[in-house]
Design a protein around this ligand. Structure first.
Ligand code: SAM
Length: 240
């Protein structure tokens, strides 16, 4: 897939896909969107010490990098399983300014050192596909090249505590926003698992609900009114 590098309003890069007329992130700010939707609203609400996380769409690796840095801060262990249909080339990934922006940009994180962050970002991209790799003692990455809309291609090793649902928008890839996809995601969730997505469409909210999730509509990142967080509530009813 051909992509064009662009700068978003918070100074961080995103990629534009001419074929889809779609960006990888909000043009109002890639880092601030990722921090808000996945870190603040997802990761920080997951109470487990060890988190098994599933990401749909590894893409630029921005969510992975922010999650790794946050896990260090929160003293959590993360197994980060990320699926990607169209892996970026390493050359394209290395042009992204995330390490610099995370360390010194408008949305800089207080703890991030630019050189170390750049090394970690490189490792995320250089790690082998289909092989679990310990990037740090608390963050293991498993990248898998697969098409999540084809269930037979993905054999999940276990259930997940947290899901980052970060596919392209429903108008651009409707096959990823179908009832069957959300039913599958529900079965992939452990009790009390959380799923977050930047998308706040009523149709998506209703599909998540009918799959079994309890869904909250929450304030979105700058430039977007709302986003969704879905929780698989542990059943309170005893089996008869
Ligand atoms: C909105 S971008 C977000 C990517 C990434 N999370 C990031 O921050 O860069 C959507 C990503 O989902 C991937 N994708 C699209 N369809 C997919 C599918 N059927 N299975 C797995 N990944 C898919 C795209 O290639 C792209 O990398």
């Amino acid at each position: 897939m051909r992509t064009i590098l662009e700068t978003t309003e918070d100074g961080s890069h995103t990629l534009y896909v001419p074929e889809l007329e779609e960006h990888y992130h909000s043009t109002h700010g890639a880092i601030q969107e990722s921090m808000h939707v996945f870190i603040d609203t997802g990761l920080r609400h997951c109470n487990n010490e060890h988190i098994h996380l599933l990401e749909i769409g590894f893409g630029t690796g921005l969510n992975g990098l922010l999650t790794l840095l946050e896990a260090e801060k929160l003293h959590k262990k993360i197994f980060y399983h990320s699926l990607e249909r169209f892996p970026l080339t390493e050359t394209a990934a290395m042009q992204l300014n995330y390490p610099e922006q995370i360390a010194t940009g408008a949305k800089a994180l207080p703890v991030a050192d630019e050189k170390i962050t750049a090394q970690l970002f490189c490792l995320l991209h250089q790690s082998h596909w289909e092989r679990a790799t310990a990037i740090t003692p608390s963050f293991t990455l498993l990248k898998e090249e697969t098409d999540f809309s084809h269930p037979e291609q993905f054999q999940p090793p276990r259930q997940y505590d947290l899901i980052y649902f970060d596919a392209f928008a429903p108008e651009k890839q409707p096959e990823m926003w179908q009832e069957t996809i959300f039913q599958r995601l529900y079965t992939l969730c452990a009790d009390n698992a959380i799923l977050t997505t930047y998308c706040a469409k009523g149709a998506v909210r209703r599909m998540l609900q009918s799959a079994g999730f309890i869904v909250e509509r929450l304030p979105g990142p700058p430039g977007k009114r709302e986003m969704l967080r879905a929780t698989k509530m542990k059943t309170l009813l005893k089996a008869q």
